[in-house]
Every structure is written in C-alpha cells, then in structure tokens.
Design a protein around this ligand. Structure first.
Ligand SMILES: C[S@@+](CC[C@H](N)C(=O)[O-])C[C@H]1O[C@@H](n2cnc3c(N)ncnc32)[C@H](O)[C@@H]1O
Length: 256
C-alpha cells in the first residue's frame, strides 16, 4: 500500500457492524450487557463446546503461543480468559518461574476458569485494563476481540500494559475471502457447530452463543483494518497468519 493510500488513524473502531437482532439498537452499553449475560448463561457449557472440537483448540492455542515466542519465566496477561483455554497453555509454557494473570468481565466464566487455572483472576474489560503500565511480557486474547466495544481503545491498553519489547498475540475467528471457502465456513460454523452444540448441551442459550459467534465473525471488520489499528497505536513487526476457521494477529511494542 502506498503512503497516499494509507487510511488516516481513527480514534475508535467497533469490531463489527451492529447486530441489532440480538441486542437492539440502543447504546453500546446494551450490547456489552447482552454479551456478558450470554456468557454468564452459557459458561458451564463452554467446555462441552470445546470438547465437540476434540479439545483441539487447547492444543492449537498452546502451539501458536510457543511459535509466537512465549517461554519460561515470562509474565503474561490473558484478556478474556473465559474457561482458561489460552491461560492453561500459557501457564505450561512460562513454567514455575513465570506468571499468568487472567481478566474477564463475566463472573460465570471466571468461576469456570478457577476450576482449572490457579493464577490471579480479575474482573475487567479489555478496553480499560486494571493493570500497571509496562508490566507484561505478553498479552494474549483468544476468540474475544469481536466482543470489545472499541478496537483502538483495546489495542492502546494492550500497548500500555506491555513492557518495551513485549508481544501481543490475538487468536480470532476468520472468514475466508473466496466464495467457496466462505460458503463451507458458513455451513460449518453457522449451521453444523450451533446444531451440534444444541444436541450435546440441550441448551438454547449455548446454541445462541454459537449463532452469535458466527454472526460476529462474519460481520467483523477485515484483517487489514485490524492490523492498521494495531499499527496506529504503535505496534510493530505485525504478523497475520490464517489457519481457517481462525487466524492470529501478532505485534511487538518497540524495545526502548
Ligand atoms: C469465546 S470466550 C473466549 C475464552 C477464551 N479466551 C478462549 O480462547 O476460549 C470470550 C470471552 O470474552 C469475554 N469478554 C466479553 N467482552 C469482553 C471485553 N469487553 N473485554 C474482555 N473480555 C470480554 C467473555 O466474558 C468470554 O469469557
């Protein structure tokens, strides 16, 4: 992209177009309440959904983190810890000399995390992190970027809490650009996975969570806007790797 074509930095960027059929068209606080409420209602089913995918997601998250450079002795903040699918892998990689902190706004998810994760847990949102500046070697976020209210505020916070030279690693849902790839993905993630979720959990809320997952992924801002927002707040050495149906975003805070 030439300098002339580069978009101007924006002050805020919602992660996806409004999905009013889920939470109406009121202020963003209503969307946030809806998201937290949905995760509270479905927290006890989240690991069943992971098991439907043969827990491959746990292995995958850990191997991506290792490849991104997470290693022994590091201090990590896992944002949107959920049931600790990322944090468990991170804790194995940093070992006894490292430390993994978890943050999430949903009490139900934090309660599930406590069953399998023994690091410090805090209630909070990505857009306003309750942590000191220049404190973490790594900030991680698994499958939750679409739930924040503003990508720019979120990336500013990630940049603030990272030490100079620190790494941000984000795993997110991905929609292929080709017509056929998109159709296959839509069928699997938009139909098969919600259907299987209903069958195995017998919970309409858990199915709704997976419907919502697909709609937010499909309506998400494209990867180049996400990478641009990361650049705008100061991240360098950006990488974007796609292994459909997910993708990774990696960036570094400049070493001082
Ligand atoms: C799909 S779960 C992901 C859990 C886990 N990170 C993983 O990789 O499986 C999404 C999580 O995002 C959390 N969340 C929702 N809004 C958030 C926000 N604004 N900031 C941080 N986390 C948020 C939810 O409470 C939920 O636990």
């Amino acid at each position: 992209m030439s300098l002339q074509q580069q978009p101007k930095p924006v002050d805020s960027l919602p992660p996806h177009a409004p999905l009013t059929r889920y939470y109406g068209d009121g202020p963003d606080a209503e969307r946030q309440r809806y998201v937290v409420d949905l995760f509270n209602k479905t927290a006890r089913h989240y690991n069943t959904i992971e098991r439907l995918l043969l827990n491959g997601g746990l292995w995958y998250r850990r191997s991506c983190l290792r490849r991104a450079g997470l290693g022994p002795g590091m201090r990590v903040l896992d944002v949107a810890i959920g049931t600790a699918a990322v944090a468990r892998g991170a804790a194995q990689l940093v070992g006894p000399k490292g430390r993994v902190f978890g943050v999430d706004p949903t009490r139900g998810m934090l309660n599930e995390a406590k069953k399998v994760f023994h690091g410090p847990l805090t209630r909070g949102v990505a857009e306003r992190l309750p942590f000191a500046s220049d404190y973490f070697d790594f900030v991680t976020m698994g499958i939750a970027l679409r739930h924040v209210s503003d990508l720019v505020a979120t990336f500013r916070e990630y940049h603030r809490v990272l030490k100079p030279g620190g790494t941000v690693w984000i795993l997110e849902g991905h929609t292929p650009t080709s017509g056929i790839g998109r159709s296959v993905n839509r069928f699997m993630m938009g139909r098969v996975v919600p259907g299987m979720t209903l069958l195995f959990t017998r919970s309409r809320d858990a199915k709704l969570l997976m419907d919502f997952y697909w709609d937010t992924v499909e309506q998400s801002v494209p990867p180049d806007r996400i990478l641009q927002a990361m650049t705008d707040v100061g991240f360098e050495g950006l990488q974007h790797r796609v292994v459909s149906p997910v993708c990774e975003y990696i960036g570094k805070k400049r070493a001082s």
